[in-house]
Design a protein. Structure first.
Length: 225
C-alpha cells in the first residue's frame, strides 16, 4: 500500500514515465497475486472470493492499462497491451464464474450440535471445534448480536448450531440468532467463529488480528482442577 501511494504521488506530481511504469508493474503484480491466492493460495493462505476483491481486480486491470499508456507506450505496442488486458479480464472472469467455495465444516451443521473441545495451538490450550480448529471471539460482538456478517463471515465462518461441552470444558454455552436466521454457538457470551487462515488443527493464525472492523482472539482453556 505504501508503495502504491508513493508511486501514485510520483506519477501525479512528476509525470515521470518510470514512475508510471513502476505503477503498472505493481498493478499487474497485485492482480497476479490475488488470482494466485484465489486458485492455489499464497504464503499458506487461500483468498476468499468477495465482491470487493473482484472490484479491486477490475481496478487493477484498468490501472495497469492507464499507467502503461502514461509511461509512453509505443503505438505498435497497443495491440499487445489490449491483449494483456483481455487475458487479465478473462482470468478474473474465470475466477468469478468458479463455483463458490463450500461452507466450512464449522458452518455446515446449522441446527445440529457442535461439540466444543480442548485443543492446543501455538503451545497453549485453547477452545476448538470438533475438528480441532481454533475458535475465536470478535471484540465488536455482544452477547446477543454478531457484528460479523457478509464478507466478514466469509473469512470468519460462524460456528452454527447448538454447542455441547467436551471433556475439560467449563463455561456458559448458548446460541444467538444471526441476521440470516441461523443459530450461532456462543461460549461465555461470545459468539464463536473459525478462521479461513487456519488450514489445519493446532494453529491460531487469527489470534490478535485486527481485521473486518475489530480484534479477534482465541479462547484459552484453563487447566482442569
Amino acid at each position: 500500500m505504501i508503495a502504491a501511494y508513493l508511486l501514485a504521488a510520483a506519477v501525479a506530481v512528476t509525470g515521470n514515465p518510470l514512475a508510471a511504469a513502476g505503477g503498472a508493474a505493481l498493478a499487474l503484480g497485485t492482480l497476479g497475486g490475488y488470482l494466485l491466492s484465489l486458485r492455489v493460495g499464497l504464503f499458506g493462505f487461500t483468498e476468499v472470493r468477495t465482491a470487493a476483491g473482484i472490484a479491486a481486480g477490475v481496478v487493477e486491470v484498468a490501472a495497469f492499462a492507464a499507467l502503461v499508456i502514461a509511461a509512453g507506450l509505443p503505438r505498435r505496442a497497443v495491440p499487445g497491451l489490449a491483449g494483456a488486458c483481455v487475458v487479465a479480464f478473462g482470468l478474473l472472469a474465470a475466477d468469478v464464474a468458479m463455483p463458490a467455495a463450500q461452507p466450512s465444516a464449522a458452518a455446515a451443521g446449522a441446527g445440529g450440535t457442535q461439540k466444543l473441545e480442548v485443543g492446543r495451538a501455538d503451545g497453549a490450550a485453547v477452545l476448538t471445534d470438533s475438528r480441532g480448529f481454533t475458535l475465536y471471539w470478535f471484540a465488536p460482538d455482544t452477547a446477543t448480536r454478531s457484528a460479523c456478517t457478509g464478507t466478514c463471515a466469509a473469512y470468519w465462518p460462524p460456528l452454527l448450531g447448538s454447542p455441547s461441552a467436551g471433556p475439560g470444558i467449563s463455561g456458559r454455552l448458548g446460541t444467538i440468532r444471526r441476521p440470516d436466521g441461523s443459530m450461532q454457538a456462543t461460549f461465555d457470551g461470545h459468539p464463536l467463529y473459525t478462521y479461513v487462515g487456519d488450514t489445519a488443527p493446532g494453529v491460531a493464525n487469527g489470534n490478535d488480528l485486527n481485521l473486518n472492523g475489530g480484534l479477534w482472539h482465541d479462547i484459552p482453556v484453563p487447566p482442569a482442577g
